[in-house]
Ligand binder design. Structure first.
Ligand code: ZN
Length: 424
């Protein structure tokens, strides 16, 4: 067994890219909009089950001891020299939005596996145990709550609440976990790691635009999700005079426009973001004025204070449009996470590791939510981002990072993991 490792150690880039391609075949579909082959592994569907089984198999093949917890998070544990010490966790997710590429989340999980393989190739055993993890339903598209697995594992969400969440067909998280064979027995919430690291694609244009190799993530901005029901009155599109209408579809459209204006109006800072991502009208017919609109709103801001102001003003906006258009608007907040700053010492470690590898880097705030934000509540945590091509487009089959971009990020993960796993 090797006692020390000469820096900088590197992972096998080709093997990593091969694993990403293999996993990307599961849940593959032909995307109508782009004409490309995309990935659809919505959480706890049959395709997600296939992905879970493949990755679990790979973890076992790497000699890891695999456990599944009560919310279906999967952990592969590699023993340490001082095996009783708290582990280092390297993780992310393998579930996807219905129109995904092969990199989101998967890079963090398969990259972590590649870190283990690199250590195995060297026959090097770290002081602390290392765990490779993937967490249930990070995306939140199916059951409405993102970071489901990691939030439950770290105590933000109770197991009962998580189990009871339902998809549009009324199927529960617990039932679907059971169906897939991933309702594990490892108690959730018991794990207290020494540190948590995650490598992820940026999912935005900044790193690629600046020609940087990697980004050292300073934290995750505040996120607030809302589900709105607009109720008016459905009516005949030909016989009902315009002035008699209570058009819920029109009110939703107006609200969407007003939301954009509000986001750009200034008081919430330059980084304010808002989107009405889903709108569904009832009865959704060519010749009927819609009586009901269901829509979702996603608000993001790096500052908790500015986010609170935006939420308050958005609620007022709803009241205003409801009275203008003669509809009622009820709103339910479906998710809320505050601005999460990552650990400064781990950020510094990632930066110095990148320096050692000769990689250019800058600090970057994450616009998207990640499992790391949940772990940062229970242990020191940070993330490394890799750039994406095509303006870093993500949640889209065009999502693409080169083998070099992926391996740069995972090499930083490996270097930092070696330091953290050796800490007393
Ligand atoms: Zn992700």
């Amino acid at each position: 067994m090797a006692k020390t490792v000469k820096a900088p150690l590197k992972i096998n880039a080709e093997r990593l890219y091969g694993s990403l391609a293999d996993l990307g075949k599961l849940g593959a579909y032909k995307d109508e909009t782009t004409g490309l082959i995309g990935v659809n592994r919505l959480a706890l569907t049959a395709a997600d089950g296939e992905g879970r089984r493949l990755v679990t198999k790979r973890l076992r093949e790497a000699g890891l001891q695999v456990t599944v917890d009560q919310i279906g998070n999967v952990y592969g544990r590699r023993q340490g020299r001082e095996d009783g010490l708290a582990p280092l966790i390297l993780g992310s997710h393998i579930d996807s939005v219905p129109t995904a590429g092969a990199f989101d989340g998967c890079l963090g999980v398969l990259g972590a596996l590649e870190v283990i393989r690199a250590l195995d190739d060297l026959r090097f055993v770290t002081r602390r145990p290392i765990m490779v993890a993937f967490f249930t339903d990070e995306e939140g598209c199916r059951f409405g709550t993102d970071m489901l697995g990691s939030a439950t594992a770290t105590g933000r969400l109770s197991l009962e609440t998580a189990y009871a969440l339902k998809d549009r067909d009324g199927l529960t998280v617990k039932g679907e976990l059971e169906k897939l064979g991933f309702l594990g027995c490892e108690p959730v919430g018991a794990l207290r790691p020494h540190a948590y690291l995650e490598c992820h694609i940026e999912q935005g244009p900044l790193l690629r635009g600046k020609g940087l190799d990697v980004g050292i993530v300073t934290g995750v901005q505040a996120i607030s999700w809302h589900e709105l029901t607009l109720t008016g009155k459905s009516a005949h599109a030909g016989t009902t005079p315009m002035s008699f209408r209570r058009d819920a579809g029109l009110a939703a459209a107006r609200l969407n426009c007003a939301l954009r204006e509000m986001a750009l109006s200034g008081p919430y800072g330059k980084e304010m973001r808002a989107a009405m991502g889903a709108v569904s009208l009832t009865p959704n017919m060519v010749n009927v004025v819609p009586g009901r609109a269901l829509c979702t709103v996603d608000l993001r801001n790096p500052s908790d204070e500015l986010m609170a102001k935006a939420e308050k003003d958005f609620a007022r906006l709803c009241e205003k449009i409801a009275s203008q258009d003669g509809v009622t608007i009820t709103s339910r907040r479906t998710a809320k996470t505050p601005h999460v700053p990552f650990d400064a010492s781990v950020q510094a470690l990632l930066a110095s590791t990148a320096d050692g590898l000769g990689l250019s880097h800058e600090p970057i705030l994450s616009g998207a939510g990640h499992d790391a934000q949940e772990w940062s509540r229970v242990c020191k945590t940070a993330m490394v981002f890799v750039p994406g091509e095509y303006d870093g487009i993500s949640h889209n089959p065009r999502e693409f990072s080169t083998s070099r971009q992926c391996s740069d990020g995972v090499n930083v993960l490996l270097g930092a993991a070696l330091v953290l796993a050796e800490e007393a």
